[in-house]
Design a binder for this molecule. Structure first.
Ligand code: NAP
Ligand code: F7E
Length: 324
């Protein structure tokens, strides 16, 4: 039985990845940090699985990372933990850098010193392309990060390449474009829209406040994207891959798709708030996933309108429980 060590288990991707790995017969050692409120909602359904082991740890604790890897000797390591909210990173730049950049360095050092035969996945991001107008973006597109989050991800991405080349380690970075799901954090724009639309539909809320509706993103489904993470670590040679749908849509288009599906009028319920704009916006992301398709046979199954409907329907069910 293979063992996988996963950081960021309580997050959106951690939960989908753990399900995939358990399905494939892995033992999953899942690292969560201590929080004052219980944060395991997304993985509570896995707790009874005898191959799922939750352990405490933190990306800012080198000794703990070292001990965990020494103790569990994983075959695969997936580094998903991060302060992953771009706008928040402008407000907490030091904490974001500490976890995203230095946290990755600490985990790489623990990996190199305890289990260098393992394979390592790094959660890199399309935010690293920032405001580079060149598109579609692929593995060779210049990185021009436009937020503290993106700057820290570029550091971690470069460090992973450096460790791969310097020490011959099996490290692959997935440059993942935005991916969403019913488990997406409620402050990311897609989920904020689907949850608000569902609550408005049921009379639980009246207004939805949003920022820049013109930004364009390449939105895919998290369930499809965790398969790409796993595939990267099954390749003989480590490499970096763009994971995207190859389609871009504005926030306004996502809003319209959801409100139309819900039978709601955008003009009646949506207001723009200056507070939600960012000091520096990334205007357009559009990924070219052809390398992943050719090398690993990876293709997204869910696209824009299917994703919007899936998320709205799930939030309608959730909001329904609230109104009982
Ligand atoms: P998420 O839902 O925000 O989850 C982040 C996870 O990291 C949570 O489990 C969080 O724990 C944990 N974490 C934060 N700081 C930590 C620390 N110091 N030590 C240990 N754990 C810590 O993010 P996601 O959407 O699943 O994304 C997974 C990864 O992919 C992240 O690295 C993100 O930056 C990257 N990424 C995401 C996307 C996307 O569109 N979703 C695209 C490209 C790259 P708590 O529950 O305790 O907060
Ligand atoms: O914003 C605009 C906002 O916060 C998308 C993270 O997973 O993907 C994510 O980062 C767009 C931006 O995601 C609101 O200005 C308008 O242009 O959903 P988001 P993100 O910033 O693209 C990348 C790939 C990651 O790596 C990150 O970890 O939507 N927008 N109005 C808004 N955004 C938010 N959050 N809230 C609004 O009210």
């Amino acid at each position: 039985m293979k063992t996988a060590f996963v950081t960021g288990i309580t997050g959106q991707d951690g939960s989908y990845l753990a399900e995939l790995l358990l399905f494939k017969g892995y033992k999953v050692v899942a690292m969560k940090r201590r929080t004052s409120l219980i944060s395991t909602d997304r993985v509570n359904h896995l707790m009874e699985n005898e191959n799922f082991h939750m352990v405490y740890g933190n990306l800012n604790d080198s000794g703990c990372l070292h001990r965990l890897l020494l103790e569990h000797k994983p075959d695969e390591i997936y580094n998903l933990a991060a302060q992953s909210h771009v706008r928040v990173s402008f407000e907490t730049p030091e904490e974001t850098t500490e976890f995203v950049a230095m946290g990755t360095l600490r985990l790489l050092e623990a990996f190199r010193n305890t289990c260098p035969e393992a394979r390592f996945y790094q959660a890199s991001s399309s935010e690293m392309f920032g405001d580079n107008p060149e598109n579609p973006q692929n593995e060779t597109t210049r990185l021009t990060p436009a937020s503290p989050y993106a700057c820290a991800k570029v550091y971690a991405h470069n460090l992973c390449r450096n460790y791969r080349e310097s020490y011959g380690l099996h490290i692959s970075s997935g440059i993942l474009f935005n991916h969403e799901s019913p488990r997406r954090g409620e402050t990311f724009v897609t989920r904020k829209i689907t949850l608000a639309a569902a609550r408005i539909k049921l009379g639980l809320q009246d207004k939805l406040y949003l920022g820049n509706l013109d930004a364009k993103r390449d939105w895919g489904f998290a369930g499809d994207y965790v398969e790409a993470m796993w595939l990267m670590l099954q390749q003989d040679t480590p490499d970096d891959y763009v994971i995207a749908t190859g389609e871009t849509h504005s926030v306004k288009e996502f809003l319209d798709a959801v409100f139309e599906h819900a039978g709601l009028d955008v003009n009646e319920h949506v207001e723009i708030s200056e507070r939600l704009f960012r000091p520096h916006e990334v205007p357009l992301l559009l990924g070219d996933p052809s390398k992943a398709e050719q090398a690993m046979g990876w293709k997204p199954k869910v696209k824009f309108s299917g994703l919007a409907k899936m998320m709205y329907e799930s939030d309608l069910e959730l909001a329904g429980k609230e109104s009982v």
